[in-house]
Design a protein. Sequence first.
Lengths: 460, 207
Amino acid sequence: MLNPTKVILFFAVSSNLFALDREEYTRNFDKNFTLHAGQTVRVEHRMGEIVIHTHPQMDLTVHAEIRVSAPDQSRAREFADKIEILAEPFQSEFSIRTRYPENPGSFFGFNRVSYSVRYEITMPESAALSVRNEFGAVSVTGLKANGDIKSSHGAISFHGGTGAQHIENSFASVEVVNNTGDVVIATTNGSVKVADVSGALTVTDRFASVSAEHIGKDVKISNTNGTVEISDCGGSSTIGNAFANVIVHNLGGDLTVHNGNGKVEAQNIKGGADLNTSFAEVSFSNIGRSLSIRTNNSNIEGSGVKGSAKIENSFGATSISNVDGGVRIQSANGAVTVSDIRGDANVKTSFAGVELEHMAGAIDVDDQNGAVDATSNAQNVCRPISIHTSFAPIRVHLAGAPNYQVTAKTTFGKIRSEVPLLVSGSLSDDALSGTLGTGQCELRLTDNNGTIEILKASSH
Amino acid sequence: MIFECHDLDRALADPALLAELQRHIRGCETCRNQYRIWTEISNTAKQLHQEWDSPNLWPHLLAAVRPERPASKRWYVEWKLWAATAAAAAMLAFALAYIPHSPAARSNDQYFLTEQTLKEVEKNEAAYRRSIDELARLAQPKLETTAASPLLQSYREKLLMLDSAILETRSNLDQNQFNAHLQSDLADLYREKRLTLKEILTHAQSN
């Protein structure tokens, strides 16, 4: 049987052994080379940071800090001396590689040596760059040529470049600031932040946020489970996402969003907007051309469309105002509120009310089980009105001196007109045919189990 | 049978009486009007029929109408969830306190852990892993359900990716265990896994 005192003593001794300080050894590698025109700089590394600067000359300076931690100085030094920095010129590239020695497990597999190599490289700004790294950050500044940077488990930052940049990462962030040229980024589980890129931007990400601002050309983003935010971009944008919000402000071209279970917000879009989502709200303002929204189980709210608006929704309210073109809304189980429409309005919904205000164009409403309240501001022009609903009232407000050929029909309800009309044919409580003014235009109101009222629009 | 107006409702529900109804409404204006209204309502109802894809609707409805679990069990599960989460958070905070984080903030002597720091990190990592395992155990039934929502499926995929990354990092740590970047990376991955598991459980509870 174990003696408890001996056990405690054993752990006390072990603990003291562990508490002993470790030794670190650092060896520097410094070499200068001259690159030929057209040579690519290729860096292959792992276990440490890579910092790359550029200059206008053709000189390549490689500085590597080789650090080793071990129980004693001699073992640290011995291991550090075995770490090789291979800097080799080839026909089309200059290769810089790190080669670590075997580091087998020691007693009980408990390895006592650890290591890290940090690079600081100054290279010609005109040379293309290729970097592969693992478990270390990569930072590149001032590259005036194409770059291809792939890493994992280490943040990538790229600043002040010119050329086409291709960046891949996983489990760490990517930041690109100021590049003249296109940028393509593919990552997973790492946030992406891009700013001030004159070319086009393509980002593929998963499970992390993506933000882009001041992008000169088109922006294409494919993400899931992470917020996407875009602002102040010159071109068009296509965004795919799921389970997270998409927010776009100040876009110079068209916007297409395919989201699911995430909010969509679009503001100040110079082109058209095609917004799709589900189970989350859609909001918009100042759309420069036409607007198309397809959602379900979403509330839609927005104002300001220079073109026409087409909306499909279900199980959510739709509210839209200030549209220069026509409006076509197909909803189900959702209230519809529309105001200040310069074009024609066509609204279809069910089990909810429809409210139309300040309508300049023709009105066509097909509702079921919902009240319809429509105000037409059309004067001295023919703008036909056709409204059908059931089990709820219809109220139509007409501005000025209206000129309509009226046909109104209901069941289990009454018809009332505040505007004097010339009745033709038979007159009854639930059916009416008559003329308002010159009768130039058609006004057709049909209800089942609801009252119909024709009213004067208020002057304001 | 002598058909009368009060037979109308019965006739609308019984096709066998439709012929009698048709004969009756020829001579009865009141019933004719009633029949016309019912016919319009029936036609309107047919027009109302619409179909659309709502893959998440049924799971939402199912969750909404699911009978309440017994209060004691719910309390127990919630207590376990919050206890496991709190324990995991405390362990993580403790473990992370020993690990230098951003490379920029790391001074020259923080590229490696000391023996004492590594010992503390490994001790706390083991406890933290146990807490995460407990969270994973609670989340497992939600993830394994055949009616898992697309969100849960995506969480499942994320957990697989995180587990793969944790395995890769641990494999590198076997050869380089005092490397502060690797230890920090592993702690970040564990933190991400804990957050993901917590989100899964929160999502499951809210449904």
